[in-house]
Ligand binder design. Structure first.
Ligand SMILES: Cc1cc2nc3c(=O)[nH]c(=O)nc-3n(C[C@H](O)[C@H](O)[C@H](O)COP(=O)(O)OP(=O)(O)OC[C@H]3O[C@@H](n4cnc5c(N)ncnc54)[C@H](O)[C@@H]3O)c2cc1C
Ligand code: HEM
Length: 375
């Protein structure tokens, strides 16, 4: 971008999110999982190393992160009581599975985990219950869910730290999503999404980035198509390259398409697809036991079971949108419960149908279900 003198906007505006989850085994890992805002939304509280609250947990991201830094009493913890945990059960299960969160059976156990006196924790709960009752919180919290807090409860706890989350700054664009230099729009260069600067001011609000991607993605798509059409129109001699509806020069995007000479490519593709489909359905009939699956428990040879289907995900691991570690935790095992908590039912057929190598035998399937029922 520098090479074409693209201008930047708000480049110093970087959002720091307060609840990056710290993995106890790798606290210095530069990449952290993010705890969903919903964990605080259902009533989670944030405690400092002394077991005290210090902030309005529901405040804006910049305020909460800044308060954590100023207060300077790390490690900070995000704590959910039993009712709050129940309301957001699958998040808690997922984070526990990844060892980013712990479930503790009492306030006493929580105090021990935090290396503080149980009396201190009890005092914190009392004060928070008082804030809830009187609707007057020393930190300004206005919304309270899933109280009261008592020591004889189940808790979920995670260590949290502020993390770099989003860059509000980026490339300077006009309303057509054309990237600007000091001299004006740079011909043929469009952008949208997080690389674009200036949409969110100094502090993006939660949930609005994906909206931004969709809205400005469409504008950038339309603008760049319009530009391409104009280039084609001006270059094509007598419109030979263009379909009938695309010869106007008014910059409008038309339905007409670029005519590609007919050759055998399409036929070849469909034949290959047909062949692949046949072999795919043959492979799918293989029946495996859980012990068969258990042998494939390495990164370079990784099978998992999902909803009764046996998947060889070895070559999909690096493409998995949730990261390879998410799947590797279940290498050689039945991942159905965790999978169903996080995915739409059609993701396997949509993104990696070729991973399906067979089905789980009935005995293994029913054993797996029984094991789950006894959990
Ligand atoms: C943990 C987390 C949770 C979030 N949750 C939410 C949420 O709930 N709601 C919300 O609205 N926003 C959320 N955001 C913000 C939002 O996800 C991002 O702002 C958005 O996904 C950015 O999309 P993008 O397409 O602009 O950029 P990206 O998704 O970053 O895509 C850029 C792509 O370009 C590729 N790339 C980079 N360099 C090159 C190169 N030189 N050549 C080729 N390719 C390259 C990258 O690999 C990447 O695939 C979250 C962000 C994070 C980190
Ligand atoms: C093999 C087939 C799989 C496919 C095609 C697949 C696909 C995807 C896709 C598309 C996403 C992005 C979010 C979404 O659209 O739902 C995702 C996220 C994720 N997947 Fe998978 N996945 C597979 C297997 C698994 C397995 C076996 C696990 C572990 C049990 C897993 C754990 C996760 C996690 C943790 C996320 C991130 C969720 C988040 O960030 O909120 N996936 N996966």
């Amino acid at each position: 971008m520098r090479a074409v003198n693209a201008e930047l906007k708000d480049i110093d505006k970087v959002q720091i999110h307060p609840t990056g989850l710290v993995h106890p085994d790798e606290p210095d890992n530069k990449v952290k999982f993010l705890a969903a805002e919903a964990l605080r939304g259902v009533g989670g509280i944030m405690l400092d190393c002394d077991g005290r609250r210090f902030v309005n947990e529901l405040g804006r991201r910049d305020y909460v992160s800044e308060t954590m830094c100023k207060h300077d009493r790390a490690p900070y913890r995000l704590v959910l009581n039993g009712k709050a945990s129940k309301e957001i059960e699958w998040h808690c299960k997922h984070y526990c599975g990844r060892k980013l969160m712990k479930q503790l059976q009492s306030g006493e156990a929580l105090a021990k985990e935090m290396q503080i006196q149980p009396q201190q924790l009890e005092q914190t709960f009392k004060e928070f219950n008082m804030s809830m009752e009187t609707k007057r919180d020393p930190y300004g919290r206005e919304y309270f869910q899933n109280g009261p807090w008592t020591m004889d409860d189940i808790f979920h706890v995670a260590i949290i730290t502020p993390v770099r989350h989003y860059c509000m700054g980026g490339l300077h664009v006009n309303t057509e999503c054309q990237v600007l230099s000091k001299q004006g729009p740079i011909p043929g260069l469009y952008c949208s999404g997080e690389i674009m600067g200036g949409t969110h001011g100094a502090n993006r609000l939660g949930g609005s980035s994906l909206l931004d991607c969709v809205v400005f993605g469409r504008i950038a798509g339309l603008s760049s198509c319009r530009y391409l059409m104009e280039v084609f129109v001006s270059r094509a001699a007598g419109g030979a390259l263009l379909g009938a509806g695309a010869s106007a020069t008014d910059g409008t995007v038309h339905q007409g398409t670029v005519d590609v000479p007919q050759d055998s490519t399409n036929a070849e593709v469909s034949t290959q697809t047909g062949e692949k489909d046949t072999s795919h359905s043959e492979v799918k009939r293989h029946v495996f036991t859980l012990s068969d699956v258990a042998k494939h428990n390495r990164e370079d040879d990784c099978w998992v079971v999902v909803n009764g289907e046996v998947l060889n995900v070895s070559s999909f691991l690096n493409e998995h949108p949730g990261g390879k570690q998410a799947i590797l935790l279940f290498a050689g095992r039945d991942a159905t419960e965790e999978f169903n908590m996080l995915h739409k039912p059609d993701v396997v057929s949509k993104y990696c149908p070729e991973c399906i190598v067979g089905v789980l035998d009935n005995v293994s399937s029913s054993k797996a279900s029984l094991a789950k029922m006894h959990l």
